[in-house]
Design a protein around this ligand. Structure first.
Ligand SMILES: [Fe+2]
Length: 344
């Protein structure tokens, strides 16, 4: 019978660049000519945001933000190594990377033989000072195909793919950033990987190309509901229980994103909604998550939490509650981050 370790974390792209580069989504917004001078003026921001931004455009706060996240990633890596899985399954969003106009699957298991990624190819530098052409290679696992079969047998009509469609670098940001953060100290990542793509961006996936800029006016159809994500997560657990594998189930995403939070003019995330989700998670109130509607999720800028919904459904199926490593609120660094473990 399979064994499962649950991990929830973030793939926040801001950590990829050195803090001094100020590569924060807020900095981009402040340079955007379409954002009004009034909104750009820190005196019109909430006080904690002004303090976090400080006198150095957030650089010292970014260092603290990174330190807390890296501490959490190290703890998660320690647990992962102690668990020693046959493979890690990562639920992550595709922000107009591998999936574009030709197809947007609600879910897709990438059952590739291996993944060769060059995450720094289009960056001027990176936080580790590694060469821009460095290749990060991960192996796939035959369990991916078997998992698809076992999901279909349970009534989940799962899409799968054997090679990348548009993501030439191998893996989109949600997956590769997660792997880089779980190997922040570059010990190497010896575990096989099964990326499990979730259409988190729904109505904005093509319209906004998974980002902040609106390229069109008409909404795309929605992504899967929170309820469906939880059903898929639970079905994944049943499939693994019926297998010989040791598996780390990983949800990778921040929670509310500033650039998706229209009520805050896309400048800071919806702390209030995230706090509600956090209390529900701590209490193991999975019903509260299941009952979230897509408009509620979108209004809170919590689109990427669908990755966590898959994990929540899985952990509910196992009867597990979250052990919180850290919960980080921020105004300046785009999104709230929760780091959690769900141990056997
Ligand atoms: Fe993302």
């Amino acid at each position: 019978m399979g064994e499962i370790l649950g991990i929830g974390l973030t793939h926040y792209p801001g950590l990829m660049a050195p803090d001094e580069d100020r590569a924060f989504p807020l900095t981009r917004m402040l340079r955007n000519p379409n954002v009004s001078a009034e909104l750009k003026n820190p005196s019109n921001w909430p006080e904690p945001m002004r303090i976090e931004f400080g006198e150095d455009e957030g650089v010292s706060s970014a260092k603290d933000h990174r330190a807390r996240l890296v501490k959490g990633f190290r703890k998660q890596r320690e647990e992962l190594d102690a668990f020693n899985p046959d493979f890690v399954l990562i639920w992550g969003d595709d922000q107009y990377e591998n999936f574009k106009e030709d197809i947007i699957p609600p879910f897709c298991i990438m059952a590739y033989d291996n993944f060769d990624c060059t995450p720094f190819a289009h960056r001027k530098n990176n936080a580790w000072g590694e060469p821009n052409d460095k290749v990060f290679s991960y192996k796939g696992h035959p369990g991916a195909k078997q998992l698809v079969t076992k999901l279909i047998e349970q009534g989940i009509d799962m899409a799968y793919s054997y090679k990348p469609l548009h993501e030439e670098g191998g893996l989109g940001h949600a997956f590769i950033n997660t792997l880089l953060y779980l190997d922040y100290d570059r010990k190497g990542f010896p575990y096989a990987v099964i990326p499990f793509s979730v259409n988190c961006y729904g109505s904005k996936v093509i319209r906004n190309q998974g980002g902040a800029i609106e390229f069109g006016t008409a909404d795309d159809p929605p992504g899967p509901t929170a309820k469906r994500c939880m059903e898929v997560g639970a079905a994944v657990v049943r499939a693994i229980q019926d297998s010989p594998w040791r598996v780390a189930l990983i949800a990778s995403s921040s929670w509310s994103h500033a650039f998706l939070t229209d009520k805050h003019d896309k400048l800071w995330p919806d702390q209030e909604s995230d706090r509600a989700r956090f209390e529900e998670l701590k209490a193991g109130d999975y019903d509260a998550w299941r009952n979230l509607s897509t408009p509620q999720i979108e209004a809170a800028g919590q689109q990427e939490m669908l990755n966590w919904m898959c994990l929540a459904g899985a952990m509910e199926e196992l009867g597990r509650k979250a052990e919180i490593i850290d919960y980080i609120e921020t105004y300046v660094f785009n999104s709230e981050k929760c780091l959690a473990l769900f141990k056997p």
